[in-house]
Design a protein around this ligand. Structure first.
Ligand code: HPA
Length: 235
């Protein structure tokens, strides 16, 4: 596949070894403007903004993934394979399934279950278990400890269905799944297939146990800041 790719119009070398990947393109710009020095826009295809700048003197990139496994499947594949990115750290939001995980707490996704079919392409005679890179995971845990934030490490569900007619969220909770989001399993599959490293850190933005809990704008901001700083520190 030539560079630029069908979905990324950056040049070779435009991305740093580590790319932070929020879902929302506006969040990508917010991170570039507020956390990076000398940030340069390197991709804008379909408004999926990608920036490369410096954090504490280290080169780091941030680019949005869009929503869902098909979207992050495309962007992470092209970044890993064609732009030779080594690490992708998804920084997203999730719904909590665990009674001790309230709004603005963090989930560090050690592994990702899925109700989707992304791994079917590998034609395996069984079920593939998508997992995070242990080195990135360990660093994220260290940083979360330093920050003193409430977090858990464990399994999440990358669901292809946001409005789930079957309401199966709490069935996943029964087997210890901590939260639901929509991207990590595909990201972890791509990293595994291409010999790269991936991690997902999620801020709890809603809770299946406490549907009435609502985050204030300020809480949303501080909790996002913790997650972004953890990701930047390990980059
Ligand atoms: N489901 C799926 N994705 C999400 C959720 C959810 O409840 N909350 C935030 N992202």
């Amino acid at each position: 596949m030539p560079i630029p790719t069908p979905h990324i119009n950056a040049k070779a070398g435009d991305f740093a070894d580590t790319v932070l990947m929020p879902g929302d393109p506006k969040r990508s710009r917010m991170i570039a403007e507020n956390f990076l020095q000398d940030a340069v826009l390197v991709n804008d295809v379909r408004g999926v903004q990608g920036y490369t700048g410096k954090y504490k003197g280290k080169r780091v990139s941030v680019m949005a993934s869009g929503m869902g496994q098909p979207a992050i499947g495309i962007y992470s594949y092209e970044l890993f394979k064609e732009y030779d990115v080594k690490n992708i750290i998804r920084i997203g939001s999730c719904g909590s399934l665990h009674p001790d995980l309230h709004l603005k707490d963090l989930i560090i996704a050690q592994a990702a279950c899925t109700d989707g079919n992304y791994a079917i392409q590998y034609r395996l005679p069984g079920t593939f278990a998508p997992i995070a890179d242990f080195g990135l995971l360990r660093k994220a845990v260290d940083e979360a400890e330093k920050k003193g934030v409430n977090y858990k490490v464990g399994n999440i569900l990358s669901s292809d269905i946001f409005y789930d007619d079957a309401g199966s969220g709490m069935d996943w909770a029964k087997v210890g799944v901590l939260g639901i989001e929509m991207e990590s399993a595909a990201l972890y599959c791509n990293a595994a297939r291409l010999g790269k490293n991936a991690l997902c850190i999620c801020t709890v933005s809603d809770s299946f146990n406490y549907p009435d809990e609502i985050m204030t704008a300020e809480e949303r901001q501080t909790s996002l800041t913790a997650m972004i700083e953890i990701a930047l520190e390990i980059a």
